[in-house]
Design a protein around this ligand. Sequence first.
Ligand code: GDP
Ligand code: MG
Length: 202
Amino acid sequence: MTRIAARFVISAAQPSDFPPPTLPEVAVVGRSNVGKSSLINALVGQPGLARTSRTPGRTRLINWFEVDARFHLVDLPGYGYAEVSQAMRDSWRPLIEGYLAGRASLAGVLLLIDIRRGAQDEELDFAPWLAERAMPAVVALTKADKLPKNKRMLEIRRARAALGLSRDPFAVSTLDGDGIAPLWRAVVQLAAQPRPEPGPAR
Ligand SMILES: Nc1nc2c(ncn2[C@@H]2O[C@H](COP(=O)(O)OP(=O)(O)O)[C@@H](O)[C@H]2O)c(=O)[nH]1
Ligand SMILES: [Mg+2]
C-alpha cells in the first residue's frame, strides 16, 4: 500500500474556529468510545495522529486532518456518553448538528457503531436524518475483533436491516487491521464524490 500523507490541521470548539471549507470532508461520527480516533489513525496508517482515549467523553472538539492534500477527515466529538453532564451534551448537539447541517464542504459521513452494541436510538435517529439531507454515508461496525467471524456476519445483517442500508456495513478492527483497506477505499470514494446540493457556505 502506498503511504498516506496525513497531518493534523486544527481543532475547533465553535463554528467561528472552523477552517475554511477548501477541501471535501468526510466526518467520522459515532458514540463516544466507539473507536473514531483509532480508526482515523488506522485508515491513514499513522498510530499517533488522532488522540485516542481510555476515558470516554473527553473530546469536546472537532478535529480536522488533511489527507494527501486532497480531503479532510473530521473527528467529531462522540455523542451518547451517559456520564457526561446534560449541560455538556446540550453544548455538543448544536456544534455537531450545526456542522453536519451547514458545512458546505462536507462530502459524506462515516458512521461508526460498536459491533457488540449494534444500532441504538442515536443511530436509528441519525440514519433518517442523513437520508433526509441526501447526505452520502458509509457505515462501519467497529471492534470486530471482539466477535468471532460467524457472529460478525449476523451483526452486519442486523445493522443493515435496522438502518435500512442499501449495502452491508463494513466490519473493521484497528487491532488486527481487518476490513481497514476496503473501508479506506470507500472513504476515498466518498470524499471524491461531489454532493448534489451543497448547503450554505460556512
Ligand atoms: N478491541 C478493540 N479496541 C479498540 C478498537 N478500536 C478502538 N479500540 C479501543 O476503544 C477505546 C476508544 O477508542 P477511541 O479511538 O479513543 O474512540 P473514540 O472516543 O470514538 O475516538 C480505546 O481504548 C481503543 O484502544 C478495535 O478495533 N478493537
Ligand atoms: Mg476520539
